[in-house]
Design a binder for this molecule. Structure first.
Ligand SMILES: [Zn+2]
Length: 142
């Protein structure tokens, strides 16, 4: 059986660092992150859509704007966290090293199911561009 998929693109700007990275990604730095948010369902609504794109915007894009945009995202075990929090209380912590792969997986496994719990669709894949040359994806396996 086939399935329908739609993708909404969204851009936010965040700081992060990758703990124990072998190179310069261990430094505090930022990205213009471009998210490709893929939603899917096996059925269409009465109008012939997976979901209206505005619903994805109101839920997922808004969540990204409210929670991560213009924030510094750090691993909760980052040894720099306590010191940096003293000068920036808005730092966001996540329970993993904040690589693009892990951020994508967190959206698919945690945030998507929470935001779409009352809808007949799922957030099935997130692709995250850190730069125009580098992107990472996480997808629900079939
Ligand atoms: Zn980076």
């Amino acid at each position: 059986m086939g399935k329908f998929q739609v993708v909404r693109k969204h851009e936010i700007h965040c700081g992060h660092r990758v703990v124990q990275h072998e190179g310069k990604c261990k430094n505090l730095h930022g990205h213009s992150y471009i998210f490709h948010l893929k939603c899917e369902s096996t059925e269409l609504d009465n109008l012939g859509r997976v979901i209206d794109f505005s619903v994805i915007k109101d839920l997922l894009c808004r969540w990204l704007d409210d929670n991560w945009d213009h924030k510094l995202i750090l691993w909760e075990n980052d040894p720099w966290l306590l010191s940096l929090r003293e000068i920036d209380a808005t730092i966001v912590t996540v329970p993993y090293n904040p690589t693009a792969e892990n951020l994508a997986r967190y959206l698919v496994e945690v945030i998507g199911p929470e935001l779409f719990k009352d809808l007949p669709i799922s957030l099935s894949e997130v692709t995250l561009e850190e730069t125009s040359k580098c992107r990472a994806s996480y997808a629900i396996s079939d």
